[in-house]
Design a protein around this ligand. Structure first.
Ligand SMILES: *Cc1c(COP(=O)(O)O)cnc(C)c1O
Length: 221
């Protein structure tokens, strides 16, 4: 199957998922995740109309961004403090903000570099405490305080990678989003759902699907 066939299948699948729960597919963003995929394939996706791509590794994403300055790259993977600067320089958005010290560093550097980068808070409601990262619900207030109202780091929403086979996980995230929206008095988006579980994420109210394999095919490691 070539890329355009695979993307057509994926779009049909997303439409069916939306139809099943009475959602308008136009309200849902499809973010292709291009980690470990060659730039040539990203170019093919760009020809299909996609302009933003998710990447997991700072170096890989920075290299691709340098070669494709017309495209936007979103950082999805864990971010270490010492990579904060290249992350701000090469990515248009950061979805893996998960701790106060990182928020403070990003704030300071964004001022220094005079760049504005929307951020998403990666949450972990399941005590995974894994390499995947994520802020626990308990630690959220500290992170939000560290982020403050930094004009250069506008908060767009919540991102999460729930454990597999956890049917209720997406609902828990949607509930957290509701509560935070009330507390903060602002609209927050939800980035959840990947190749294997997009239907459940759509049903629970995801605003953004991050799709790698079902979009590009298997990754080449
Ligand atoms: C790799 C990755 C994805 C895409 O995963 P697929 O299962 O290939 O769709 C989405 N989000 C994050 C954070 C990822 O690391």
């Amino acid at each position: 199957m070539n890329l355009s066939e695979r993307v057509a299948d994926l779009k049909a699948r997303i439409h069916r998922a939306c139809e099943a729960v009475g959602r308008d597919p136009a309200t849902l963003e499809l973010l292709p995740v291009s980690k470990k995929q060659p730039l040539a394939l990203i170019r093919e996706a760009a020809d299909l109309g996609f302009t933003r791509f998710g990447e997991n590794y700072v170096q890989e994403g920075a290299d691709k961004a340098a070669q494709a300055p017309d495209l936007g790259f979103v950082l999805l993977g864990p971010l270490q403090r010492n990579k904060a600067k290249p992350a701000l320089q090469h990515f248009t958005e950061i979805q893996s903000l998960d701790r106060p010290d990182l928020a403070e560093r990003l704030r300071r550097l964004a001022e220094e570099l005079a760049v504005t980068r929307p951020v998403w808070i990666q949450v972990d409601l399941w005590d995974e405490a894994t390499k995947l990262g994520g802020c626990t619900e308990q630690d959220l207030p500290d992170l939000l305080a560290a982020l403050g109202d930094a004009p250069r780091l506008p908060l767009k929403g919540l991102m999460a990678i729930p454990p597999p086979e956890n049917e209720g996980a997406f609902r828990e995230l949607a509930d957290l989003r509701e509560r935070l929206q009330q507390d903060l008095g602002r609209v927050l988006r939800l980035s959840m759902g990947m190749s294997g579980d997009l239907e459940a994420a759509v049903a629970a109210g995801s605003d953004q699907l991050r799709i790698g394999t079902a979009f590009f095919g298997e990754r080449v490691y």
